[in-house]
Design a protein around this ligand. Sequence first.
Ligand code: PLP
Length: 459
Amino acid sequence: MIAHWQALAAREVPVTPQCAPGSLRTALPSAAPEQPESLGEMLADTWKFVVPGLTHWQHPAFLGYFPTNNSPASVLAEFVTAGLGVQGMMWSTSPAATELEQVVTDWLAQALGLPEAFRHSSGRGGGVIQDSASSAVLVATAAALHRASQGRWRAAGTEGRYRMYCTERAHSSVFKGCRIAGLGEPQLIATLPGTGRMDPDALGARIDSDRKDGFVPALVVATVGTTDTCAVDPVPDIGRRCRQEDVWLHVDAAYAGSAALCPEYRHLHDGIDLADSYAVNAHKWMRTGTPCDVLWTSDSAALTDAMSIAPAYLRNAATDSGRVVDFRDWQVPLGRPMRALKLWYVMRAHGVQGLREAIRHDIGLADRLARLITAEPGFHLEVHELGLVIFRRDTDEDTRDLISRLQTDPTLLCTPATVGGRPAVRAAFGSPYADADTVRYVWERIRTHAQDPEQLSAC
Ligand code: PLP
């Protein structure tokens, strides 16, 4: 693994694979072997067949989507977790797995400056590690429905009565969660002109009119760091409105939330004390391998009342005592691995200070790229937020042309975006191996693709 990471760091391998659809499927046998094979053969085949067909998300020139970064401590923890192989669905099935999760989610809540009520130590709320921000919003939706219906939803279903609110900039997982929860499509709230941020007055007006029409407003999802442009909804205003209306507020800070580890970005959490639940993906920007989303709530009773089901085969004295947390009631699946070891190792191996430095480093790289773009005639910087930079060329045609050229270049990965209705190129930093030289390299490639593409086709 270390040799692989070194090869990535040195950019000796491309970011994206150059393989046709079906190439791995045709290279491998169509049935499993009858006789056992050696682990050595499997490892060799992994590098021979599988690795060349991968997009390397840890590669320094991987600038697509949002990052999914990692670290040796996280990898070691995954190895140990797999080796121990425990199932932590309830306190009684592995007490230390549950309590470690309570400890590390409290640690992280503290490091992120989340309110006291989000910690297990408060006795009211607490954190739970989910596989994804998608699961987090679905679980928050169940809790919100439970509260809005005073428990009636469990038996009666949604009856077409309950409503969820977000902007069109919310992540697709919010729309999916809404649908899966039986609410259909969310109610889309207008954004403040030119900002991509939810208009709290429009939210208030919509809630009022929905109530008049007989609907029950159940949940607002605000985003801190939208996937398209890293826009931040005005959580304090939204939160106040939600409190007045007794509507659950879930804050999706999947990407940007990690930046709040740094005091200079802590303002991203303004108003979080008014939220009922909050989620950040440690697997995006906290050097913790995927999956590792952390969901906190200040009202864990709403969550567990919504989710718990207690058949005889799950009954046990610890649960009956009411003195333990059973994380099976905080998530959709029943079973769960020991999820906390990874975060525990990462937080200890880096220290909170180390995680802050990593965030600042990545933001510093984005700053460098933004400066280069700004200084270059024919390029326009559209967005520069945290580790995200979005830019375009003078004309949409030139931008589209650049996008398609970049898509054929396996040595770096940027993803397309639309800003203000115009096509743009999106670059998000977060690889643990990216440095100033990466920025120089990436920028030279982008500039050459835009201005002198023949030079690259000749290589
Ligand atoms: N929310 C935001 C703002 C995101 O950017 C993303 C993914 O990029 C998600 C939610 C979904 O995350 P997950 O893949 O963990 O479900």
